[in-house]
Design a protein around this ligand. Structure first.
Ligand code: GLU
Length: 385
């Protein structure tokens, strides 16, 4: 049973990012299903009347494009997928436009790439635009800008994108609607008695194991990307609700505090503005592994990271880039902006601050990561070899 405090989180959520997956929006035979758009627009409109602000992250562009070209589940190359997304996106937004028009609401299309959140100026612009839309009572409908999103600037899937958007707009709740009813206590493919877990405080490894990769040709994310998104917003201090968008009336029930799915509780205080930007808006360029003493100084002493505490450096990065900070076991516990390039850091790791100048010829900074540029993430994720 969930506790009243958990339900309160749902009832009190005022700004919500609602991610709707392809499989919710399409008919079994493929193509977008106008009835689902109409129903969900009705549920969102009800939430708006209840003074809630909703930002939609909608998949479905590729599925819509496939239908227009009668491609079925055929394999597509990356440029073909991008072309199909460009073809399908107008139809996707038209479905939302029509559905919300009937509710007396306007929608705005927002197409984002990772750079729109990782670049500080673009981050602020994207945020201001979204907040201006919400202030005018308009429903932003976001998708990844698949057409231009090559690997380096791609978010990858809309679960991750919705987690970034939740941080971008300071959401109180992230809702992930797919065709699954929630996270289970056992692998539902193997155990008939598998049950949906209503409330999760921790995303333990056991839960992660029930998350298989995506096998659908029309959608991208799958269960593991939902868990990754939930883990990210959990560390940002935002709860996630995972449930089936195919269940009529599910959205109003969430806001009544009825848990028909899985609610993942936040692990700490909400990260704000710059902290969020440092820890999550950017793709980390590398890893800096520190010794036990440095970990303690960062976590308990709220100190800066000095070169003497660094034991290992991985990846290629320049001053100002974001990196993951790992403990001696290789588990991430913080992220921050580095002040040295990876090549300089290789040369000064383990050294006392007084020795930096002799090695590098100058000592512009004493800290590898200044405490103001460090955010404890507590993600507990081991770096894959
Ligand atoms: N952006 C893709 C689309 O609209 C979907 C990506 C995803 O489902 O994660 O088709």
């Amino acid at each position: 049973m969930s506790e009243p405090g958990d339900r309160q989180l749902l009832r009190q959520a005022r700004r919500i990012v609602l991610k709707i997956g392809t499989r919710v929006l399409t008919k079994p035979a493929g193509g977008l299903d106008p009835k689902v758009f109409a129903r969900l627009a009705g549920e969102v409109a009800e939430a708006r009347r209840d003074q809630r602000e909703i930002v939609i992250v909608s998949s479905g562009a590729i599925a819509a494009g496939r239908k227009l070209l009668n491609l079925g589940a055929a394999r597509l190359t990356l440029p073909e997928k991008q072309a199909v997304a460009a073809l399908g996106q107008p139809g996707l937004i038209a479905h939302w436009g029509r559905a919300f028009h009937r509710q007396g609401l306007l929608v705005a299309q927002v197409l984002l790439t990772h750079e729109d959140v990782s670049d500080r100026h673009r981050y602020l612009n994207s945020r201001n635009t979204l907040l201006a839309l919400l202030a005018k009572g308009i429903i932003p409908v976001i998708n990844e800008n698949d057409t231009v999103a090559v690997e380096e600037i791609k978010v990858g899937d809309n679960d991750k994108l919705s987690a970034l958007v939740a941080g971008l707009v300071d959401a109180d709740l992230l809702v992930l609607f797919s065709d699954i009813t929630g996270l289970c206590d056992h692998d539902p493919g193997l155990h008939a008695q598998a049950q949906v877990i209503p409330v999760l405080r921790e995303l333990s490894r056991a839960v992660t194991e029930y998350a298989g990769p995506s096998i659908s040709p029309v959608s991208v994310g799958g269960m593991s990307s939902k868990i990754e998104a939930a883990r990210t917003v959990q560390a940002m201090g935002i709860p996630t609700f995972i449930g089936s968008g195919k269940t009529p009336g599910i959205l109003p029930r969430i806001f009544e505090g009825k848990i028909q799915g899985t609610l993942i509780l936040p692990s700490g205080k909400k990260l704000r503005g710059r902290q969020y930007w440092i820890a999550y808006a950017q793709k980390p360029r590398g890893e800096v592994q520190v010794d036990a003493g440095a970990r303690k100084a960062l976590v308990e002493g709220k100190k800066s990271l000095l070169p003497s505490g660094v034991i290992q450096v991985q990846g290629r990065f320049e001053p100002g880039d974001a990196v993951r900070v790992l403990d001696p076991q290789g588990v991430e516990f913080a992220r921050g902006l580095v002040r040295f390039s990876s090549s300089d850091l290789h040369r000064i790791k383990g050294l006392k601050t007084s020795a930096i100048e002799a090695v590098l010829g100058a000592c512009d900074y004493e800290e590898v990561i200044h405490k103001d540029d460090l955010v404890l993430t507590g993600l507990g994720m081991r770096q894959e070899a």
